[in-house]
Structures are given as structure tokens and as C-alpha cells.
Design a binder for this molecule. Sequence first.
Ligand code: NAP
Length: 257
Amino acid sequence: MTTALITGSTAGIGAAFARRLAADGRNLVLVARDTERLREQATELHDRHGIEAEVLTADLATDGGIESVEKRLADRKHQVDLLVNNAGFGNKGRFLEVSMADELTMLKVHCEAVLRLTSAAVTGMRARGRGGVVNVASVAAFLPRGTYGASKSWVVQFTQGAARDLAGTGVRLMALCPGFVRTEFHERAGMGTDNIPDWMWLDADKLVAAALTDLARGKVVSVPDPRYKALMGAVKLAPRGLLGGITSKTGRKYGPR
Ligand SMILES: NC(=O)c1ccc[n+]([C@@H]2O[C@H](COP(=O)([O-])OP(=O)(O)OC[C@H]3O[C@@H](n4cnc5c(N)ncnc54)[C@H](OP(=O)(O)O)[C@@H]3O)[C@@H](O)[C@H]2O)c1
């Protein structure tokens, strides 16, 4: 049986990855900050699918948290075959409204943790000649959307570069770029969602199914929905000034401070 490690496994997209990979018969290492929630998730997935689900409490905004996951990924006796770097969040506010500490925490979780965990996982995968890494970015990577969009651009660029460097080793890396997905993300960030049209919302389970198909096909960047594929095609053609006006507003309505 193969093993997948998912960061941010307890909610939203991470939980959808956990459900799907458990149903496929993979053992799981579940990573997030809330131990109680992780334990409940592990028990439920074990009981429903008969897989082994390990709990690893870690705050990826801290060095200690990142180190504990690096250590698990480097454990050659209990190898991890698929890493899903999914943990992430949005900050409440635009540039200069967010504290520098919160901006830096975002870079730590979205960029530093992704770099360090990918490196820790891929070292063993390359030696074994197989393995996969899914780095959850966002379509915001292609749009001017503050530190969030910039950090997700980094995830896409990093993944593309690493995938190229590892070509021919048997290790697959893919950046997953979802549009709006119904999860806990917006509520946690204090973002209003009533200005996001219904047609823009994606279902997390369908998103994950499409992402895993793209990974199996060897895609390096996955935008797994025809609506967003069309939108991203239009984005490439649109003038940058126009883009900034439209895309920096949609889904960035913040509640009272
Ligand atoms: N929802 C969307 O519309 C959307 C669109 C594009 C991309 N994304 C990306 O998709 C990923 C997952 O987002 P989601 O929408 O599924 O969010 P979510 O429902 O809020 O879930 C976030 C998960 O990450 C964990 N987490 C948050 N901060 C963490 C930290 N410092 N250390 C460890 N775990 C942490 C949370 O658990 P704990 O709180 O217990 O730690 C939770 O399991 C993120 O990278 C996000 O940027 C989301």
C-alpha cells in the first residue's frame, strides 16, 4: 500500500484529497494544527476505508512545525509516495492593511514550507525512482492579487522549475490552480463571498478528481475546470491594467475589521 501526506487535511480541498486518496486505498499522514480534528478525521477514514491514517500536528508557520513534517517525509522506513502541499489561508485586507507579521506568515506557509517539504519528500522519491508532489496554488497566481497571488505565483514557478530539473527521474510535480472552491477559506479570512457569482464556485471533490487525473497524465500546471481554463486563456490576452481592476476586486470583499 502506498502512503500520501497531506498538509491542511482537515478542511476544504485537503479534506477532499484525504477522502479520495483513502477511497483509493492509500495510507495517509494527516497534517494540520488542530489535533482533535485530525484524530476524528483519521478515525473516520480508517473506519470507512480500512486504511492506516497517521496524525501529525504541525503549525507550518513555525520552524518547528515545518521540521517535524520534514522529518516524517525523510523517514525511509515509512516512505511517503505522494505529498500534497495544500495548507494555506487568506489574510483579511489589502496591501498595507495587513500587518507585516501576517504577510510574512503567509510567505512562510505558502512558500517556505512548500519549498522545504517538497525538498524533503523528493530526495527519497528520486532515489526510489518514483513519487509525486501536488503543490496547491491558485488561479490567483496569474492575477494581480496582493501577497496571496504573489505567493501562489511563486508556488507555480517553483513547481515548474523543480519539475523540469527532475524530468526523467520518475518523480512528478504538479501545481494545482483552483478557482473559487467552497471551503472554510473565505470565512476564516473574513472575506464576504456574495460578490462571487454562483458559476465561479467549484466543488472540492470534483476538483480533486480532476487534479489526480492531471497528475496521472503528467501535467505540471493543472487548472482543472473548463470555466477557469477559458478564463485563464482570456487573462493571457487581456491588457494588464484592465485585469488589475477586475481581478483585484472579485472575492476580495472584507468584512468589518
Ligand atoms: N477555497 C478556495 O477558493 C481556494 C482557491 C484556490 C486555492 N486555494 C488554496 O487551497 C488550499 C486549501 O485551502 P482551503 O480552501 O481548503 O482552506 P480551508 O478550508 O480553510 O482549509 C485549510 C486547511 O489548512 C490547515 N492550515 C491552515 N493554516 C495552517 C498552518 N499554519 N499549519 C498547518 N495547517 C494549516 C487548516 O487546519 P488547521 O486550522 O487545523 O491548521 C485546514 O486543514 C490553500 O493553499 C488555498 O490557498 C483555495
